[in-house]
Design a protein around this ligand. Structure first.
Ligand SMILES: [Zn+2]
Length: 108
């Protein structure tokens, strides 16, 4: 069974990332277009699918996140939340370089 590591999405309307941290952590984005819920137990989401950019991570994604030359691809938000050490342990690559794949534009 797939394990949920991070339950999150970015609203394309207000450019805000929302994260559901636990089972009953129901989170709307500030503009009310989308929501996530379920934490690491289940992926529940809703609102306008056209405005929904899923940024959730499962253990399958985490494995797929390791690319050739031992680098780990991730986003700044994930790195902030999980930390580099956890990401390396998760992937079983203690010396891996971590590469940020997003530009964090929504933080400006
Ligand atoms: Zn929004």
């Amino acid at each position: 069974m797939t394990k949920i590591i991070r339950n999150s999405a970015i609203c394309l309307s207000c450019a805000t990332e929302i994260v559901s941290l636990h089972r009953h952590d129901f989170q709307w984005c500030p503009c009310g277009s989308i929501f996530v819920d379920g934490g690491t137990d289940y992926l529940k989401r809703g609102g306008d699918p056209a405005l929904f950019d899923d940024t959730s991570i499962t253990d399958e994604d985490a494995e797929a996140g390791v690319i050739e030359r031992g680098r780990i691809l991730t986003t700044q938000a994930v790195l902030d939340q999980l930390g580099p050490q956890f990401l390396r342990e998760l992937n079983g690559t203690p010396d891996a370089e971590i590469v940020i794949t997003d530009k964090k534009e929504h933080d400006r």
